[in-house]
Design a protein around this ligand. Structure first.
Ligand code: AMP
Ligand code: GLY
Length: 423
């Protein structure tokens, strides 16, 4: 079969690498892809938001399955448009992608269906939000309602900061129309865990857990990023935590979406916080996490195409999802300065070290193929992933592999997976 993957990051490279392992697949295309994806797929110069071109390409090439990676095209209804053209697509339709695209929607859903999450209020009006802050305990969390590249969350320690935050989101519109509404939420403390799942509208199958590192610098200092590294599984995701989430969160979310007339087919990413009162949902994403996918998918034993087809056909109950009994760590190699301003266009060397090396992966995020070779082309450049029998070995392997790569202004955190020492 012919598969088209939409997107251009490390997540899409990890998806493409899994798809390439399937004996069912003859040819992979990626729109628009990147230099690394181009080594296993044919990249086509169509942007992820160019829906009409994606649909006409998929029709012309008789694509059997389109996998949509990023949040924006999902929220915009790319899956609906592909389906309307009679094409098979993996990912939630627009009316279900709202689970990620509107934080106000997801908070109301959790409240209505008693899914554990932080206490909150939604606001359309900045004056009402400011009035509410008058009698709110600090710290408090402000969230722009819409998609904001993971940046629309402000944790405010003082009333002044919180008032300033309301203005930033709702009046200055720092996150654009994402800030037309906002959520004001109780601040929680605890460890964070990412749990990805496959969903077919009714049935949910949980993938192995992971932990992201969102801040730019060691010791969780510096600005929030798209993610500087991950490990899987999380040693803090215990059997007890899993049992709680299965009882109160996972199936409850799938059932809630179905009951609202928004059956969810695709990947639900549960961003969880393990608080002293038990696990709570921090956020939902309607797609694979990035870089979570880069440590979870390499450990999945199933043929990803079979799992995806079961999600589309509503037969996920017949799938036994299995993961290797090992661990993986991903260290992101970024351009120095990210997530602020950074330079790009520098040649990358050492990529050949990963060829045919079992258990090592170099997923491309911001790279570009030029006549002179592959060059840096983004803030997050590469995701270096290594497996190992346990987390510590996987981490040592991943950091060793980061040394195989050189490019000007290479930057990485040196403490990805440090938390596992405390487990
Ligand atoms: P989100 O995009 O909703 O995952 O938020 C981004 C990050 O902000 C999360 O990964 C948490 O670290 C933090 N965060 C979000 N909501 C809360 C909360 N209610 N309490 C404490 N931290 C939070
Ligand atoms: N790593 C977090 C995300 O994909 O949103």
């Amino acid at each position: 079969m012919k598969v088209l993957i939409v997107g251009s990051g490390g997540r899409e490279h990890a998806i493409a690498a899994s798809v390439a392992k399937s004996p069912k697949v003859d040819k992979i295309y990626c729109a628009p892809g990147n230099a690394g994806i181009g080594q296993i797929a044919e990249c086509v110069p169509i942007g992820a938001m160019e829906f009409a071109q994606i649909v006409s390409f998929a029709k012309k090439e008789q694509i059997d399955l389109t996998i949509v990676g990023p949040d924006d095209p999902l929220a915009g209804g790319l899956v609906d448009e592909l389906e309307a053209a009679g094409l098979r697509a993996f990912g939630p339709r627009k009316n279900a992608a709202i689970l990620e695209a509107s934080k106000a929607f997801s908070k109301d859903l959790m409240k209505k269906y008693h899914i554990p999450t932080a206490a909150y209020e939604n606001f359309d009006d900045p004056e009402a939000a400011l009035a509410y802050l008058e009698h709110t305990r600090m710290p408090v969390v402000l969230k722009a309602d819409g998609l904001a590249l993971g940046k629309g969350v402000l944790i405010c320690r003082t009333p002044e900061e919180a008032r300033e935050g309301v203005r930033t989101i709702m009046q200055d519109k720092k996150f654009g129309s994402a800030g037309n509404r906002m959520v004001i939420e109780e601040f929680m403390t605890g460890r964070e865990v990412s749990v990805l799942s496959f969903v077919d509208g009714r049935t949910i199958r949980i993938m192995s857990s992971a932990q992201d590192h969102k801040r730019a610098q060691d010791g969780d200092q510096g600005l929030n990023t798209g993610g500087m590294g991950t490990f899987s599984p999380s040693p803090f995701y215990t059997e007890e935590v899993d049992a709680f989430c299965r009882k109160y969160i996972y199936q409850a979310t799938v059932d809630a979406m179905a009951a609202e007339g928004r059956p969810f087919q695709g990947v639900i990413f549960f961003g969880l916080m393990l608080t002293s009162e038990g696990p709570r949902v921090l956020e939902y994403n309607a797609r694979f996490g990035d870089p979570e996918a880069q440590v979870v998918l390499p450990r999945m034993k199933n043929d990803i195409i079979e799992v995806i087809e079961a999600c589309i056909d509503g037969t996920l109950d017949q799938v036994d999802l299995q993961f290797e009994d090992n661990a993986a760590v991903c260290v992101v190699l970024a351009s120095d300065g990210y997530p602020g301003s950074y330079e790009k266009g520098y040649p990358i060397s050492g990529l050949e070290n990963f060829a045919d090396r079992d258990g090592y992966y170099c997923f491309h995020a911001g790279t570009k193929q030029t006549p002179e070779g592959i060059v840096t082309n983004g803030g997050r450049v590469l995701g270096v992933t290594a497996k190992g029998p346990d987390l510590k070995t996987a981490r040592a392997n991943a950091y060793r592999a980061t040394e195989w790569i050189t490019f000007a202004n290479k930057y990485m955190r040196s403490d990805i997976g440090k938390a596992i020492d405390e487990a």
